[in-house]
Design a protein around this ligand. Structure first.
Ligand code: HEM
Length: 205
């Protein structure tokens, strides 16, 4: 279930980012529309409908995630007291300046990143819904409300892109590489868990 949630959110999020940039319209400015078979990228309504279609998936999976894991009481990714301090120790350990502490299923960095990403996603959904309401239901929304929604949507799109880059870069760091297999297959190596996630191993064995 978590793999499905991850990939639906990741793919719909990337489609939203790309279609949002094309809405601006960056496609024509940077000659993307000159590429044969990509001429549609310059048609505002085509990219807007792609944005709406991806938004339906994005919003649905975000709400599913909240209710499904909320009802089952899953809290492994909720930040805990002391996570910030522990995250600094982990970063120091990556550059050889400290000993890495044993981990639960998730690293303190992952819990902090989860909270940050959840906030960014919530702001994108909220501002996106206001913009959709403005487009489809009431184009007479007060100017200041429409303008604020557009600014929030744009600024958090940039944050979404930056956190996506940090997320992918974190996986390239050598000690995190065994996790790449996990997000495709749902499995990680037992010796990796033994070395790094002793607290989790204690919980489940
Ligand atoms: C990863 C999530 C998302 C990203 C990166 C993203 C990005 C963007 C960008 C860059 C634009 C163009 C600038 C603008 O008009 O503000 C845009 C427009 C828009 N987005 Fe999103 N968006 C996301 C999610 C959503 C969601 C979830 C919804 C709806 C619930 C939504 C609805 C809209 C609407 C209605 C527009 C305006 C289209 C128009 O100009 O008429 N977006 N988005």
């Amino acid at each position: 279930m978590e793999l499905v949630e991850h990939w639906v959110l990741a793919l719909s999020g990337l489609i939203l980012l790309a279609s949002g940039l094309l809405e601006l319209p960056l496609g024509r400015r940077y000659y993307v529309t000159e590429i044969p078979s990509v001429t549609w990228a310059g048609d505002f309504f085509v990219v807007l409908y792609i944005h709406y279609a991806a938004a339906i998936l994005f919003v649905a999976v975000a709400f599913f995630h909240l209710f499904y894991h909320g009802l089952l009481g899953h809290n492994g990714l909720i930040p805990r007291r002391g996570d910030l301090k522990a995250a600094i120790v982990v970063i120091k350990s990556l550059i050889g300046k400290a000993e890495e502490p044993p981990f639960h299923k998730y690293l303190p960095e992952q819990r902090i990143a989860y909270a940050g990403m959840a906030f960014i996603i919530a702001m994108l959904i909220f501002s996106g819904l206001v913009k959709t309401y403005d487009n489809l239901v009431n184009p007479q929304l007060p100017y200041i409300l429409a303008l604020t929604a557009t600014w929030v949507h744009n600024v958090f799109s940039l944050f979404f892109f930056l956190t996506f880059l940090v997320h992918v870069t974190a996986l390239a760091i050598r000690p995190n590489r065994p996790l790449i297999r996990g997000i495709f297959t749902g499995f990680v190596r037992l010796d990796y868990v033994h070395d790094r996630h002793k607290l989790w191993l204690n919980d489940i064995s």
